[in-house]
Design a protein around this ligand. Sequence first.
Ligand SMILES: [Zn+2]
Length: 171
Amino acid sequence: MKAVFFDRDNTLTHDEGYCHLVADFKWLEGAPEALKRLKDHNILVFIVTNQGGIGREFFTQDDMELFHSHLKEQALLAGGEITDIAFCPHHPKAVTPDMRACECRKPQAGMFYALAEKWDIDLENSVMIGDRQSDVSAGEAAGMASYLSDPASCLDRLVSHVITTHFSDSH
Ligand SMILES: [Zn+2]
């Protein structure tokens, strides 16, 4: 199976830094439409997100899980579907040393490999979309076509282009 992988913060949702409260949830322009478009094309959607705020102890994994439940629910309400979310809780400045180094924090590709293994995804024919160079580098490290999104532009327009370019044989 092929899939589209998204970064979360400032790619799908608005973020002013370490966003983790449901009350702060806000889609970026075109994000719900993009998720619906992918669902309409039967294309699986995953999120791969660095959540170093957990390692830095700015918020807990439970906080993040609540935010993700809300995010998945909002995606369903928009006619889309987020199949799974991989996160990296580590950070070079984490409070405890064992949370500092890892193989999952983007630009590393660990989260993509974990999702590909779990869901039997063909990474070479999948696509990564994110607003940072580290997203593009991580996607490329995993062998995917990778796109830099602009948080100020309509995400649905980019996703429409991605579907035409990479998923025209999907039914
Ligand atoms: Zn990690």
